[in-house]
Design a protein around this ligand. Structure first.
Ligand SMILES: Nc1ncnc2c1ncn2[C@@H]1O[C@H](COP(=O)(O)OP(=O)(O)OP(=O)(O)O)[C@@H](O)[C@H]1O
Ligand SMILES: [Mg+2]
Length: 267
């Protein structure tokens, strides 16, 4: 898969008088159709990095390349979408479809094409049936879906989710994670910022941020197996707990599904 986004030597500090940056010399690549989770303690710089990527903050140093070319400020707004924690603040339209169409009204586009894009985006997030609904009357999970549809309609290359699932119940969270997987299968590139290790475990790659720097980039299986400082997904916690009680467990990371299969087999 090709590299969609390449970040090199990104640095930023809010207070230019400070010695220490809030984002320091950050470099990484995101590939097409890949889901990357960005984790790290409060204040490690995840949201700052996200805001730099979408152009809401201006870099002090470094380069952001989209499909090989260096982004200008206006471009990054178009090509990199972002969804925040609270969808309430992201609604403008009086119906769901108006809302999804809103971003398109600034782009010169025929009514038919707009219609098509809005319907496709709503279908992608399973909200087509709600097209005429009032966004303010939707549930939290539905609102987040509509917010995602609004971004998808703009056909971004990369979608960033900054703790976008925090307010959702476990079921909506699971459903939205399935939606994210569906989107990456269609080629969308996702960067999801999260404190939820179950969510991170579902990603293809996990980046760990620490005090403004990217500390590690690895697959969830490698990372959660090898880094003893991290909070672990449930299945890995269980595996470690069994191991410490001298139970015979596989000496490798298991996803929840793999753990279930292993338990069924060993009984
Ligand atoms: N608007 C701001 N002005 C000044 N400093 C800021 C501002 N926003 C964030 N910071 C500082 O920058 C650092 C990184 O903050 P950031 O919000 O990027 O962290 P985060 O990793 O997203 O944390 P969290 O997990 O709590 O969301 C912190 O030390 C924070 O205090
Ligand atoms: Mg944050």
């Amino acid at each position: 898969m090709g590299i969609v986004l390449e970040v090199k030597g990104l640095s930023f500090r809010y207070d230019k008088r400070q010695d220490r940056g809030n984002v320091m010399d950050v470099s990484f690549q995101l590939r097409e159709g890949e889901w990357t989770a960005l984790i790290g303690h409060n204040g490690s710089g995840k949201s700052t990095l996200a805001n730099l990527l979408v152009g809401l903050l201006q870099l002090d140093e470094g380069k952001i390349k989209l499909n090989g070319s260096v982004t200008k400020k206006e471009q990054s707004f178009e090509h990199i979408g972002i969804i925040f924690q609270n969808p309430e603040n992201q609604f403008i339209g009086t119906t769901v479809e108006d809302d999804v169409a809103f971003g398109l009204e600034n782009i010169n586009m025929s009514y038919e094409e707009m219609r098509e894009r809005v319907d496709k985006a709503l279908l992608d997030v399973d909200m087509l049936d709600y097209r005429m609904a009032d966004p303010s009357q939707l549930s939290g999970g539905q609102k987040q879906r509509v917010a995602i549809a609004g971004m998808l309609a703009l056909e971004p290359k990369v979608l960033i989710l900054d703790e976008a699932f925090v307010m959702l119940d476990p079921r909506s969270r699971k459903e939205l994670m399935a939606t994210i997987r569906k989107l990456t299968n269609k080629g969308m590139t996702i960067l999801s910022i999260t404190h939820d290790m179950e969510e991170a475990a579902h990603a293809d790659k996990v980046m760990v941020m620490e005090r403004g720097r990217i500390k590690t980039v690895d697959s969830p299986s490698q990372l959660f197996f090898s880094d003893s400082t991290l909070e672990k997904p449930f299945a890995e916690k269980l595996r470690e707990a069994l191991k410490s009680r001298k139970r015979k467990v596989p000496d490798k990371y298991m996803t929840e599904e793999e753990m279930v299969l292993w338990i069924c087999k060993s009984n």
